[in-house]
Design a protein around this ligand. Sequence first.
Ligand code: B1M
Length: 215
Amino acid sequence: MNKDRILEEAKEAILKCDAQKAVAVAREALSIGMDPVEVLSNGFSVGIRIIGDLFGRGEVFLPELILSSQVMKEATAILEAAIETKDTKKKGKMLIATVEGDVHDIGKGIVVSLVKTQGIEVIDLGREVPAHTIIEKAVENDVDIIGTSALLTTTIMEQKKLEEELRRHGLRDRFKTMVGGAPCTQRWADRIGADAYAEDAAEAVKKALALLDAS
Ligand code: B1M
């Protein structure tokens, strides 16, 4: 299979909720030396976003969305394991979490894998993490950056809450903050006072490095 075909098949595997095919495509992509991030971004992620749009229009239902996301997780696990991590001197520490009330963690997982490749130590708190826990862990681990992911228009409010809680505890200047997730924008980041917004995992890496450079 050539690269374009692999990207197409990756998308199809998600649309058809076909786990066997997804795993085979992920392995084949790696065997021909494709960049795992490219396969995730331009193949599997395209499929899951199409499913999301169909779900939003009522053309597929929750069980199908759940199945597709399970297939996505299997493929993601194989590709994330192949993303090379630089074993260099650590440039800084970043805590990442999906906010309270939000279970969406596929995109966050990709961000974590990619940020790690750049010699940034990552503390991944998982999903549905309350703002107070994020702050507690950030202090405990003395991180440089706090990154949050939110996928719902309701749960992005948790990113605002985090900024407010940091200010309330007099901790706002101690950390840099980064927000991401489908409903987030640069405008949202500016509005709530976050230090950075990243549209995708590659941008998250660039912004994290810039925040560390500036601190
Ligand atoms: Co949900 N869901 N979902 N869902 N789901 C969305 C978000 C939705 C847009 C679908 C739709 O209706 N069209 C919609 C939200 C609508 C809204 O808020 N206006 C929605 C809904 C409604 C729901 C439920 C409420 C459905 C229900 O129960 N009735 C429910 C909510 C549960 C909850 O959280 N409380 C729900 C559940 C689920 C599943 C469990 C089935 C599953 C999640 C599985 C999982 O993650 N473990 C799921 C999925 C898969 C989706 C869609 C289809 C895909 C999300 C995804 O994985 N994208 C999604 C539709 C969509 O996003 N278009 C949808 C692929 C991923 C690679 O991209 O996450 O955007 P993304 O991450 C990117 C960037 O955003 C960025 O980099 C990543 C990599 O490039 N990024 C960051 C992300 N985090 C970052 C952090 C950073 C920087 C960059 O810095 C810290």
